[in-house]
Design a binder for this molecule. Structure first.
Ligand SMILES: [Zn+2]
Length: 201
């Protein structure tokens, strides 16, 4: 599939055959409400974990994440992931998971600040992706375009180096396939993306 500028478009990134996997794997063995053993029973959508005592159904869903493309004078900011993290030593857009008590906009601003020391203005949503990274790590990531406001570059959290790279490449080795796709597509098309709520302070 190609987009309206002939640039390849993808939303699904999978490092394994996720459709053939048992969705609960080794997790959800016990009921999250009463602690009894769950039964694994077939249902319309595959295998469900249903409590053998109280009948409570435990669902397993992908983790919601955010990723932020910070553009500055034709460059994009990438961070190098610390050894021992997923994709350690490889580079990525600032990113992370949304906490239960925050919204996606707050999560994006927080992750940027924690990993880069910058405060940013979120400009738009430029992509949403399904990332099947491992059989235990499936995320759905909203990707924002952002512009720097203030702060000095200071790597933090699971990032140990920060560097600006030309948005049209070449890019360093990336931890997530989706990041390369997002940066290449944005560099080629420079689209505005989907407008978002007015930034809050
Ligand atoms: Zn139960």
């Amino acid at each position: 599939m190609t987009g309206n500028a002939g640039v390849p478009v993808r939303q699904v990134f999978a490092d394994y055959d996720y459709k053939s996997q048992e969705p609960h794997g080794h997790v959800n063995r016990f009921c999250s409400r009463c602690g009894s053993l769950n039964n694994r029973l077939p249902s319309g959508r595959g295998i469900q974990s249903i409590c053998s005592w109280c009948g409570f159904v435990t669902y397993r869903n992908p983790l919601p994440g955010v990723s932020i493309l910070i553009e500055h004078e034709g460059a994009v900011l990438l961070g190098r992931r610390i050894p021992g993290s997923f994709g350690g030593g490889l580079w990525c857009l600032p990113c992370g998971f949304v906490e239960y008590n925050e919204d996606i906009l707050g999560a994006a601003r927080r992750e940027v600040f924690e990993e880069t020391g910058l405060t940013v203005e979120l400009a738009s949503i430029i992509q949403v992706t399904s990332n099947f990274l491992t059989s235990d790590l499936h995320s759905i990531v909203t990707v924002f375009l952002a512009h720097r406001k203030e702060g000095a570059l200071q790597p933090g959290d699971d990032i140990d180096a920060l560097e600006w790279f030309p948005i049209t490449g070449p890019l360093p080795p990336l931890a997530f396939e989706a990041d390369g796709e997002i940066i290449r597509r944005f560099g080629a098309m420079k689209f505005e993306g989907l407008a978002i709520e007015e930034p809050t302070t």
